[in-house]
Each structure stands twice: as structure tokens, then as C-alpha cells.
Design a protein around this ligand. Sequence first.
Ligand SMILES: [Zn+2]
Ligand SMILES: [Zn+2]
Length: 394
Amino acid sequence: MNVKVLVSDEKDSRKRLSVTKDFKKGEVIYKEEPVVVALDIDLQGKGTHCTHCLRVVDQDTAVKPENDRLKSVYCSKDCEAKSKAQSDNLLFGLEPVLPAELDSGLGRLTQGERDKAQTKFVSHLESQGKLAPLLVARFVARQVAIETGKMNPHKPTSSPADLHALVDGEDDYGLYDHMERLRFIEANPTEEDTKVLCDVLATALPGLDKSLEGQHSKYLGKMNYNAFGVVFENGRDDKPKTSERPEDQERTRTPYGTSRQVGSGFYAVSSYIGHSCSPSATPSFPSGTSEIAIVAARDLKEGDELTISYVDCNVNEGETSEEATRRRRYELARGWRFKCECSRCASEVTPGDNEGHLGVEADESKVDDVAVHERGEQPQPAEASWIPVGPALD
Ligand SMILES: [Zn+2]
Ligand SMILES: [Zn+2]
């Protein structure tokens, strides 16, 4: 993919990406498909965008499944099939999650409870208007799809190939292993936030809710910290205004501003890209889908660090350059809990400036212990308690 992971700080094991060859300004460094995506909640019911790839759908050829709890619309049969297999059936459908040989009629017994739990989950998502809870749900479901795919060698499910390429050639590198290495800020979900999702998981597959036990806050925090805003060209300007306090608003990594996105995407490799207010690269979505392209923002030499700006770093109309600096540093502090120390900030912020409004002192993001101590030690794969114990399939 033309990039490699660097551990730049031994103390906190901060991972960064650097390029493995030279690039001219404007060249695409790599492209990456998301692990999971979520369409903005206000667009979800409108049928304007594909729920799976986020592409603008052609109304004549749109696929509109009946009785879909999320009111999903797809650009093609292919997107519908992928979405169903990766997460949609588990979270928003009623077909058995396990292959028929393992399900043995169990799936039919729980349909009523499953239906109720899913309906509750959807209305909870709609009332909150946030995407991180849906990204977490899809993430758990996708891991199940990968695991059940392994149980049934005749019907392999695709796992994100990019993961393997990047991480030390580990063979059995799963999504949870990847998740463990990412930075986050605790998200503090309410009991209700956790319960509605656990009910959906437990009614689909008894025991699956255990994979979330004690982890929900962290998983939400990882989605909040690492998800990108999917923005086509310069983005939309019709997102409904929010009345939430700035500290409660959901923010995604995008130099265009989260209000311009059509949805959020969680990317395995791109999660490692650090922030700079004068970045070396720009995220873009040239195919009109959630496939991200990382484009060189200037000429790059082999070994240069890849950075993007997580927030809008421009000086916009009606803003002085001081106001713009203040705004972007405030957004970084709100969304990612750090005081930016990039070279541009160093030149624009004087040490005497009162920055109490930022509400952060240094970098408050965290990383799991396993990721700090992983050097020389293989992380244990997360235990999947819901995997049924039985005769091996062949
Ligand atoms: Zn699509
Ligand atoms: Zn900065």
C-alpha cells in the first residue's frame, strides 16, 4: 500500500504511517475500502444514498428491500448482498446468523425477540442521531461474519485483506486484534445505549452480547477517535443543524468539516494517520463511494510521515486567521482531546496565549495495554464466546 507503520514514541507506543517511496503532489498514495460504514442518520431514511457503499443511488435502479428496519436502499444487488452478509442480517434482519448445519432451528425460535430488540435499537439510533453506535454494531457483526465464514470453508467470507498486508505478516489477524491497537478516548455510553445493542446481539446469537461486556465505552471511543467523514467533492451543505453542545457533537476526521459528510467510515490502515494542521496528505473519495484515497498534498520523499488534517484547517469566509487557528485547535481538543503541537500551530500560537477554553492540557487519548506491550509479544486473539462448540465442519 506504499505505507508502513512506524512506532514513533516508545513511551506511549504511538503509531504513525510513513510512505515507502517518493510521491509527487496530487498522486494517490493508496486506496482503502472501509471495514464498516454508516450513512448519516438523516440520509438513511431518504433513499438518496446506498447504505453499503454510500454512493448516490440512481432512483430507477435502486434496490429497496421490503420491511428493512433501517429503511436501507442500495445502489445494486451486489451492495445489498454484501451488506446483508457483513452485518445487515444480524443487526436488522431475521434470517439465522449461523450456517444451517450449526443453527439447527435455533434461529427460528428467537425471531420474535430479535424483531423487538432490532426495532428498539433502530429507534434509539434515530433519536440519538449518532453514527459511532452503528459503526460499533456493524463492527461486531462483521467479525461474526468473518468467524462464521471460517467455519464454513465452502462459503468463505471476505476479510479485509489490507489488515494482513500491514501488520507484521501475522496470519490470523482479526478485526479485534486490529481494534486493540488503535487509540481512543472513553465514550461513556449510558446503560440504555449498551442495553439496546446487547439485546440485538444476544437475540441474534446467544452469548454474542458478551463480546461487548465492559468494552462498549472503549469501542465507541475507538470509532469516535478513528472514523473518517466520507465527503464527496466539497461535501453537502444541507445537514440539519444540531442543537447539541460542542462537546457532545460527533466529529469525524475530515478536512472539510463533519457537517459536510454523507456518512462515517472506519478504515483499518488509515486509522493510523496522524493529524497535522499543515498535512502531507488529503483524504478523498474519487470513486464517489466510501473507498478512501489518500492523496499527496505536497511532494513526498520515502520515509516522510503521512498526516492529514482531522478538522477544517482553512481560514474560512468571515473568519480572521486568529479565529481560524482558535477554532481548529478547539475542534481538535473537543474531538480528539489533544493540544495540537504541529509546526503550523507552533508558529501561530504564542506561548503566552490563554488557551483555557481548549479544556485539555496535553494528549488525553489512550491506547490499550496490549498495544503498548505488544513488542516481542504476540497479542492473544480475542475470545469469541459465542462460537458454538461442536464437530468441525468439512
Ligand atoms: Zn452501493
Ligand atoms: Zn496544529
